[in-house]
Design a protein around this ligand. Structure first.
Ligand SMILES: Nc1ncnc2c1ncn2[C@@H]1O[C@H](COP(=O)(O)OP(=O)(O)OP(=O)(O)O)[C@@H](O)[C@H]1O
Length: 452
């Protein structure tokens, strides 16, 4: 029932209200109509998973049923048996099917809904469709951008020259480097990764080139460096923009022909290593400012592959969120098995400054704290729902300079949505309580929550 879209059609206000409240409490998203005509007018705009009709067969239900069957994607149809006539003294049972009344009516619909196996279908239909998923050496995504990225990585893997991966933090640069290695002729050789920003300048040479016994005090034994460890394979230099200038000069020498000399050694060794480097910085700008060597940049910048930020890539967000949730099943034993449509909607609008890594963390935390079987808006971290967490759309990017300082302002509609989500989050998804706080009817809240 959770997330299923149900349209109730009944001429009686009382019956509609009873059903609406009972089914909403059971987790369904409910709309109502008083006649077959109104219902058929609503359905193209609001595709329901199930239509529940309390109209008599000849006066309404037959027309409704015929209209639904003509739809491109007909919802399931459930007809309530006729309302009992006014009781007649001494008439205990008329022999026909008895219609549940009062609180028993919604419960009977929920039961029938489940018996008909509509739950899963309903939930599936109310979520966005799953786009075709592309997988490449542990990378997931969909659409033309992902296809183009895979093609570029495959082409980069085929030629044995340095590759420079650029993109904001958490976009999958290390994953892409592993993919290039795994797809290349060097795949049987080692893949050695190092974060250049994490190696102190004083240790750089011994870390990368190794040292001989007695090269310095404490060097009792010789030790091979990262270049030697990557011989025959790929050396991944993450955050190369953070490398000290002195180290850059030494790296350049090693890249020219693969020659390097361990600290304390007399002779140079030649190693066969392919370099894949990554950065979140603009290296050309860093070079222009004298913080990165031009000649090293030219040497590295033979093939470049840029990885895009996650914000606004709705299909990828859906695919990745589901992928990380599946991982939570296996790694954390989480029983949460999906997302409320609205939660995905909120994720689609979030700016994701930490990109895919942040999405993974958000899903893990939501799965750990979720109260229901599916992740709802109220399970997402607060920052994701706040207006200042929203991705800046093309309109904001196009803000003219004389309006500088206003690009973080959102529309009234965005502000309303964010506030509604915040209220829902605080009341842990209780829509009755949220509607009370917002001062609106529950059906208005449902309408706001239904993506147009
Ligand atoms: N396309 C993707 N499919 C699946 N997982 C991904 C994808 N992109 C990134 N990830 C996951 O996101 C996390 C961050 O990825 P990764 O470390 O490769 O990013 P990065 O760009 O190298 O980050 P940084 O610049 O901070 O080092 C990892 O857990 C990675 O598995």
């Amino acid at each position: 029932m959770q997330g299923s879209k149900i349209l109730i059609v009944d001429e009686s206000d009382i019956a509609r209200t009873q059903l609406e409240q009972g089914l909403s409490d059971a987790g369904a998203v409910v709309q109502t109509a008083a006649s077959a005509h109104d219902a058929l007018a609503l359905l193209p705009r609001w595709p329901a998973d199930l239509v529940v009709s309390g109209l008599p067969w000849e006066v309404g239900s037959m027309a409704l049923c015929a209209g639904i069957r003509a739809a491109a994607r007909p919802p399931a149809f459930m007809m309530l048996s006729p309302r009992p006539a006014a009781p007649v003294a001494g008439d205990g049972h008329d022999g026909g099917p008895r219609r549940a009344e009062g609180a028993a009516l919604p419960a009977a619909v929920v039961q029938a809904h489940e018996a008909l196996g509509l739950s899963a279908a309903g939930a599936r239909r109310s979520s966005p469709p799953v786009p075709d998923v592309l997988r490449f050496h542990g990378m997931l995504g969909c659409g033309t951008d992902m296809r183009a990225l895979i093609e570029r990585l495959v082409r980069a893997a085929r030629v044995d020259v340095p590759v420079l991966l650029s993109g904001p933090s958490g976009t999958g640069k290390e994953l892409a480097a592993r993919a290039i290695h795994g797809e290349s002729a060097r795949r049987k050789g080692p893949f050695v990764a190092v974060n250049c920003g994490g190696v102190p300048e004083s240790l750089w040479e011994s870390e990368f080139f190794g040292y001989t016994a007695g090269a310095f005090s404490g060097a009792n034994r010789s030790r091979e460096g990262l270049f030697a460890a990557a011989h025959g394979g790929t050396l991944f230099l993450d955050e190369i923009g953070e490398m000290p200038l002195v180290a850059q000069a030494k790296l350049l020498r090693a890249l020219e022909g693969g020659w390097m000399r361990p600290v304390g050694a007399v002779r140079e060794h030649q190693v066969d290593v392919r370099i894949v480097a990554a950065t979140h910085r603009n290296l050309a700008l860093a070079a222009a400012r004298g913080r990165f060597r031009d000649d090293l940049l030219y040497r590295l910048d033979v093939l470049t592959v840029s990885l895009p930020g996650l914000a606004g890539r709705c299909d990828d967000i859906t695919v990745l969120a589901r992928h990380f949730l599946r991982a939570c099943h296996t790694e954390m034993g989480s029983a949460v098995d999906g997302f409320e449509t609205e939660a995905l909607h909120v994720l689609h609008g979030y700016a994701f400054p930490g990109n895919v890594r942040e999405l993974r963390n958000i899903v893990q935390s939501a799965a750990a704290f979720a109260r229901g079987p599916r992740i709802g808006v109220w399970d997402l971290p607060e920052r994701v729902c706040r207006p200042d967490g929203r991705a800046q759309g093309p309109v904001a990017c196009a803000t003219p300079p004389d309006q500088a300082g206003t690009s973080d302002l959102v529309t009234l509609e965005e502000c309303k949505r964010a506030y509604v989500h915040e209220v829902l989050r605080r009341v842990r998804g209780n829509k009755r309580a949220a509607a009370r706080i917002l001062g609106i009817e529950r059906r208005t809240l449902y309408r706001w929550l239904t993506p147009s």
